[in-house]
Ligand binder design. Sequence first.
Ligand code: NA7
Length: 544
Amino acid sequence: KDGKRIPDCDVIVIGAGLTGMYQAYLLDKEGMSVLGVEAGEEVGGTWYWNRYPGCRLDTESYAYGYFALTGILPDWKWSENFAGQPEMRRYANAAADAMDIRRLFKFQTRVTAAHYLDGQDMWQVTLNGDELVTCRHLISATGPLSATRMPNIKGVETFEGESFHSSRWPTKADGTPDCMDFTGKRVGIIGTGATGVQIIPIAAETARELHVFQRTPNWCTPLGNSPLSDEQMALIRKRHTTILEYVKTTDTAFPYHRDRRKAVEVPKEERDAFFETLYDQPGYGIWLSGFRDLLTNAESNKFLADFVADKIRQRVKDPAVAEKLIPTDHPFGSKRVPMESNYYEAYNKDTVHLVDIRESPIQEVTPTGIRTADRSFDLDVIIYATGFDAVTGSLDRIDIRGKDGRKLKEVWADGPTTFLGLQARGFPNFFTLVGPHNGSSFCNVGVCGALQAEWVTRMLVYMEAKGLTYSEPTQEAEDKWTEAIYRDFSTTLMADVNAWWVKSVTKPDGTVQKRALVYVGGGAEYRKQCERVAYSGYKGFELA
Ligand code: NA7
């Protein structure tokens, strides 16, 4: 009637990770036609791609396991306090069965382009480079840490042994991970982020020699994993709704509230006793439930950093190695704190060697190993635990064009601009779950991603009920949200740090500007803002 085409489906969801699966399920339940697109062979996202030895949750399983908390998997039994990747993969698959969502997804299919069709209120999405599908709404759930980043080192392709990125671990014909046992092998690993810190102690158990090529040490603290007994599981099941309500109230949706005191106001003895308790507790408590000025007051931060540095000195026998493992470039917790299990003890083995590549940079990868400025290392295996093009990287790799053919990658070249972290002006009907500037990228993704999916579902149901086919943030709403993100972030100790949640933008005059990719206002506040928008009839969005 209005000269507009009818799209092939209501919604395309990109990604069958935990968030994408849930989004597809919710919209399907509302009677919308949903097409899910997933590059992998099965569901699970992060838990499908990352299958390296030692890969596991740093979040308490029960607090991450949204599907179990909401009753989608009421009988799920976690075997450990922090579940390993094989268990997480089973969990994702069990959730897919329970929600019956596999039928909605095309697997082994990549979205290569997505173009907004001006005047049509719809997107034209290209699958695997040649198949075209149109949809009213496009929802990305591509994950903040899915676009792998290989280092730009000369000769990487010349290596004749086995080499791979940590998130593309080799598999056997039956799909199970290969190369889990390094017996008799000389192994090199580049990268000491959360991934490297999980792999290193496991690889150290079997490798003939393990060389860790470290550019920057991280502040790592004990994970303290343990099995979950039937009694503990029974209690978790019984209290599932209370747990869910609790994690919705904390800043990061992890089961931790910050202590109300400031470290600078507490006497040293009491402070250290508190740090000791936190260090001995399992999980993120030392980062997320410590003194409330940890990330805003440099002096307070140094108290904890000094405490953890001493722990490293106590655990690593060689004092020179211990000093190299202590960060000097960033405050504690200003970058992701890797949770470790015997990480520091690994360096006490004669077969494990720390190579400081700030002191002696890698020159090239050769057919037989790695050559640094002062020596060569003969290796059978090289593991690149070099991280990801975080948060926006997975979107940058898709040719996304909004109104007037404007490319998202170019619009966001100086840092993302969004409203609620969920939509960008110029890109109508396009939602970014677990994307930049929303609660999820600095949050317990198992919970935050799901809450966003619920919010977007409500908005699309509202639009459908009102006969609305177009949504786009106003310039004013986007400017206000984006300015607040950058302003709030700049008041924290995270502002100048080289962490994956910061984008470094080099300006034409050569200066580098740090742009936050995350929302630091806290999960509860984020949801309050989203609720306010929903209750106001989506004020801040132009709906038509
Ligand atoms: P991270 O945390 O981004 O860590 C990547 C590591 O790789 C880090 O130690 C980097 O050193 C190092 N790196 C990256 N590029 C290079 C080059 N070119 N040369 C040497 N070293 C390099 O990624 P992870 O996979 O460990 O963890 C990502 C998240 O996944 C984690 O936070 C969890 O939430 C799950 P740098 O610090 O840049 O000097």
